[in-house]
Design a protein. Sequence first.
Length: 159
Amino acid sequence: MSQQNVNTTASESEESSGKNLFCAQQVPASLRLTFLEGFFGRLAPKAPLLLAHWMQSHCQDYAGGYWEYFHTSNSACFMVPGFEGKKHFQILSRGFSAGMSAEAAGVSATLTVLKCLAWQAWSENGNDPLIGKLNHHESALWEYALTLDEKRVICLAVA
């Protein structure tokens, strides 16, 4: 199992500009089982499957593997696939083709999964409180994503 590098601190220019800063912290192995349920509710079992599907659909070099879980200081969560460096991603429906780090890929995949699960919850029951929870986590993850160096690539891959 390799340690993932994620943007846990902001650059000096962000600190001096007074921007609202966020940090990410890896979830300890002992909390992994309850972590997904805390963010995805009753749909938690689907999250890892959707994450893996997103990666396999958009990254030809992705062969599966262990994912690290993170939570952010603004109450978001994301998962990071276990690869080093950058991999090439292609999303034909968006005309997107670019290299992404594991963190950028994980944030992009998690943003997509949050939206998919919110749609599923809505299609089952338009009044399900899980919809608001998933939408809140998606908004918080967007706030975090926009502090990353790869924010442009994440926006192009997801938005």
